[in-house]
Every structure is written in structure tokens, then in C-alpha cells.
Design a protein around this ligand. Structure first.
Ligand code: NAD
Length: 501
């Protein structure tokens, strides 16, 4: 049975003997173990990164960019291997895992352009024979703490840009699916990244707390649930670090009566049940504006009943299991709660057939099929809690305004979508909705790598979104130089505040 270890200074590393179990969610069996870092193990990784930083910072932009190009090619060549590792530990189907690798690679491709992205400004003659210019410099050692649901893509939102900017990186991946991190580390080494610039510490709160307190860690990027994001932000900033902490979500799709209901149904089912709903950009609530509710629910149900549920490595499967037994049980508890709160259970995921496994509620592994709850009361827990599983709630609303109010009244502000053929309504929505990422007839509006990803309200603590130019900004500090080369016009002592002449 495998044991997933740390990666420190270009080599696998052991440390504290504490381990945690790794599962195959498709059959529920223990598939291996992961080493859990102590504070001393984190210190070893940060020390390696600290030692590697000065030489990497001083390497030329072109050299850094060439390493990134090679890393991009290697990741692309190993995408199937990476997807298989993700699928085995997370449970998502292989094609979905390949999709996350592809979206992560777009950030690497963006970071290949670092010589252009780090160009500063230059103003000749801000005062008589005085020039001014701005430069951006790396921070030093920076850390990334990532969730289970995208074990390759979310770290790739962070480290390509951090490393391209000249920083050294310590990744603390989710302890539920840590294997992808080690393949990525090996490929960085093969690409020519100097040892110590990219390190991985496996673990849990012990490792996170040490990263948040370590005096040599300059910045922390976090993605995960809202309570932990808030904690990481508060503790990290209290220790003087720059922190961006992305939290949870509850994403609504507002369906206006003029929308194409076949497109809406396809989109709601794809965005609700892809990756078993374990996506921070999943659509978990459909707000159906009267009178489309009944027809839309019928179209959604028809599609849901055709979905194929099965192990991630079976090419026929469209949806895999949930990540752990405890998470599956928590998600499943919302089926009864929803009914208690007054919703109608129109598709019960406990009854779904699992390929080769029988009924979801009886199959070995962490199964729950796609579930649809209709007439979910607005403001009920089923409506507002982040369930993070294959449960799609339909809330009936009387108007655009009522739907907008429910979205804007929510705790989270990660993603949302409007479905309509009315350009004026769509434009009004993009202006009025209090959410960071908005789709217009697009159900999962994940920004491309050259834009930045991030939500509003309890979906983001800090003010900088990840990747794109905001990512470059997060991983660098600005400096402005004002220079004068002495010449005969040198004017002698002047105690007044410098103004231009
Ligand atoms: P999580 O918050 O449980 O874990 C995230 C990371 O924090 C992991 O590395 C974990 O080891 C660590 N952690 C867990 N408990 C901790 C504690 N008490 N103290 C310190 N560190 C701790 O999240 P998860 O279950 O792995 O991921 C799912 C969550 O992530 C969902 O809420 C989802 O919405 C969110 N998510 C958000 C985004 C986004 O972009 N906003 C993207 C992906 C996932």
C-alpha cells in the first residue's frame, strides 16, 4: 500500500510518523496513507525554500519562462497519469479530471508570459533630468493551502504565477487526495526548476498553523471552506502576512421565462451534478421565475434519470462517488431535511443505480446519486447551506426582482448565472448582482487564466483574486525608483518637500 510523503528540496521526505488513511471512494476501501507534517517538517520545507529563493529570484526572466514552458509540456504529456491519480483519490470521472488539468495548464501558459507581465512603467523627465520607474519584485517564500475538490487545478491557480514571479513555494495540499502534488513536484524538477523552489508538505491543521505563523512565509493563498478561509485570513494577517483566502459558495441560476428551457435544463444538470456537485462553482440552486417551474423541472428530471453513475475509471460513468463517507452522509442528510422543510423530493439519489454496484444507498463506496428537490422554501437550510454534493434545489420565484433579492441576500458571492434571451435583463443582472463571477447563459463562469478568479462576501477574505494580473500583483511587491544622474544643474541644499521643477 502506498504512503504519500512530503517533497522537500527536490526529494521525497519523511518526517513525523503520524499518518492519515487514504480511501478509494468508489469502493470505500483504504488505498494507502499520507504522512502528516509536524511543525518541524514545515520548518524543513520553509528552510529549503528560503535557501533556494535568492538564486531563483536572480535568475533571468527568460530562464524562468523557459522552465515554465518545459513544465507545461511535461504536465500536458502526463495529463492522463495525473487525471488517474486524481480520479482514484477524489472519485471524479477521468474526463472531468482531465478537464481540471487542462484548466490548470492555462494558468501555466499565462505564466509563461512572465517577462511581459513583470514589465514596469518608466517616465522620463518627471522633473528636470529626473526619471521615475516602477518595478515589481518577488516576496520570498509563499505558501498555498488547497482543498480536496481540485487537487491539481487549485494549486495551479497559485504556484505557476508565484514561481514565475521569482518566489519559492510551499504547497500544503488536501490530505484527502495528496498524490497529484507529488507528480507535479517531480515534473517541476524534470523541467529544470532548481530544488527547493517548489516543496510539498502533506498534512492538516498542524501544518497549516505552522505555515500561518512561520516568520519566513511572506504570503499565503488559501482555497477551501468559509470557516477555515476566515480563520486562515485572520491568523495569517495577524502574523503580518499577505493573505488571499477563497471560501465556500452557494451558486444560484436565475431562469427568466423567455429562456430556452432545453439549454437551461442541460446547463443546470451539467453544472449541478458534474464532479458530484463538489465544485465551488457548481450550480446548486435554480431560481425558476413563474411560470417556467413545472416545465423546467420535468426537463431536468428527464435528463437526471439518464445520467450514468459509476466509478471514475469506468469510461461510461458520468458522475462518480463523493470524497469520503462522512461527507456523503452529511450531503445525504439534506434529502430528509429538505422534505422536513417542505420541499418535494422529485429525484432521490439514494435510489440511483451505480454501475456494477447496485443501489447507491447499498453500494460499497461513498455513493449518492443525483438528487432534485423542488419547491425548496426560500431561506430554508436546504436553500442556503453549502451542501457541496449532487443535490439540486429548485426555488420558485415570482419575478426577476425576487430572484435577485435571494441571490444578493445570501452569505456567499462566488458564482451565479442568468438564463434569458433578453439582453437588457442580462445587462441589468450583471450590474445589480453582488457576486464575483457572473454567467450569462453560461452556467459555470470560471474566468480564463488571464482574468482573475474570486468571489465576493464570504467567498473571499482579502481583496486580491487568484491568477491573472491580480495573481501577479499578489506574489510581488511594487517599488518606485526616482533617479537623477548628476549634471551641472545640481541645485544645492533644499529642505522643502520635493516638487517637480
Ligand atoms: P476545507 O476548508 O475543509 O480544507 C481546505 C484546506 O484547509 C485543506 O488543505 C485542509 O487540510 C485545511 N484545513 C481543514 N481544516 C482546517 C483547520 N481546522 N485549520 C487549518 N486548516 C484546515 O475544504 P475542503 O473540504 O477540502 O474543500 C471544499 C470547500 O472548498 C468547499 O467549501 C468549497 O466551496 C471550497 N472551495 C472554494 C473554492 C473557491 O474558489 N472559492 C474553490 C474550491 C473549493
Amino acid at each position: 500500500m502506498k504512503t504519500v510523503r512530503h517533497w522537500i528540496n527536490g526529494a521525497l521526505a519523511d518526517g513525523d510518523p503520524r499518518t492519515s488513511e487514504l480511501y478509494n471512494p468508489a469502493n470505500g476501501e483504504v488505498a494507502g496513507h499520507v504522512t502528516m507534517a509536524s511543525a518541524a517538517d514545515v520548518d524543513a520545507a520553509v528552510a529549503a525554500a528560503t535557501a533556494a529563493f535568492p538564486a531563483w529570484r536572480d535568475s533571468s526572466l527568460v530562464k524562468r519562462s523557459q522552465v515554465l514552458f518545459r513544465f507545461r509540456e511535461l504536465m500536458h504529456a502526463h495529463r492522463d497519469e495525473l487525471a488517474a491519480l486524481i480520479s482514484a483519490e477524489h472519485g471524479k470521472v477521468h474526463s472531468d479530471a482531465l478537464g481540471e488539468v487542462a484548466r490548470g495548464l492555462e494558468v501555466v501558459e499565462f505564466a509563461c508570459g512572465i517577462p511581459h507581465l513583470l514589465k514596469g512603467g518608466f517616465s522620463e523627465g518627471v522633473s528636470t533630468r529626473v526619471d521615475s520607474y516602477s518595478i515589481r519584485q518577488p516576496l520570498g517564500v509563499v505558501a498555498g493551502i488547497t482543498p480536496f475538490n481540485f487537487p491539481a487545478m487549485v494549486p495551479m491557480w497559485m504556484y505557476p504565477i508565484a514561481i514565475a514571479c521569482g518566489n519559492a513555494f510551499v504547497l500544503k495540499p488536501s490530505e484527502k487526495d495528496p498524490s497529484a502534488s507529488l507528480l507535479m513536484a517531480r515534473l517541476w524538477q524534470e523541467a529544470g526548476l532548481p530544488d527547493g523552489v517548489f516543496n510539498v508538505v502533506q498534512g492538516d491543521k498542524v501544518a497549516v498553523d505552522r505555515l500561518l505563523e512561520h516568520p519566513d512565509v511572506r504570503a499565503v493563498s488559501f482555497v477551501g471552506s468559509t470557516p477555515i478561509a476566515k480563520y486562515v485570513y485572520e491568523r495569517g494577517t495577524a502574523h503580518g502576512k499577505r493573505v488571499q483566502a477563497l471560501g465556500g459558495a452557494k451558486n444560484h441560476m436565475l431562469v427568466l421565462p423567455d429562456a430556452d428551457l432545453d439549454l437551461v435544463a442541460d446547463s443546470a444538470v451539467s453544472a449541478g451534478f458534474g464532479s458530484a456537485g463538489e465544485r465551488c462553482m457548481a450550480i446548486s440552486v435554480v431560481l425558476a421565475v413563474d411560470p417556467v417551474g413545472d416545465e423546467l423541472v420535468q426537463k431536468i428530471v428527464e435528463r437526471v434519470e439518464r445520467l450514468v453513475i459509476g466509478p471514475g475509471d469506468n469510461p461510461e460513468s458520468q458522475m462518480g462517488p463523493l470524497v469520503t463517507e462522512a461527507h456523503r452522509d452529511k450531503v445525504a442528510s439534506y434529502l430528509d431535511l429538505g422534505v422536513e422543510e417542505g420541499a418535494k423530493l422529485v429525484v432521490d439519489g439514494r435510489e440511483s443505480e451505480v454501475l456494477g454496484g447496485g443501489k447507491a444507498s447499498e453500494a460499497k463506496g461513498f455513493w449518492l446519486g443525483p438528487t432534485v428537490l423542488d419547491h425548496v422554501p426560500a431561506g430554508s437550510r436546504t436553500h442556503i447551506d453549502e451542501i457541496f454534493g449532487p443535490v439540486l434545489s429548485i426555488v420558485r420565484v415570482g419575478s426577476y426582482e425576487e430572484g435577485l433579492e435571494l441571490i444578493n441576500g445570501g452569505l456567499y458571492g462566488n458564482g451565479t448565472a442568468i438564463f434569458t434571451n433578453d439582453g437588457g435583463a442580462a445587462r441589468r443582472f450583471q450590474n445589480e448582482v453582488e457576486v464575483g463571477m457572473v454567467g450569462i447563459n453560461v452556467p459555470i463562469p470560471v474566468p480564463m487564466a488571464f482574468y482573475s478568479f474570486g468571489g465576493w462576501k464570504a467567498s473571499l477574505f482579502g481583496d486580491t483574486h487568484v491568477h491573472g494580473t491580480e495573481g501577479v500583483h499578489f506574489y510581488t511587491r511594487g517599488k518606485v525608483v526616482t533617479s537623477r544622474w548628476l549634471d551641472p544643474s545640481h541645485g544645492g541644499v533644499n529642505l522643502g518637500f520635493p516638487t517637480n521643477r
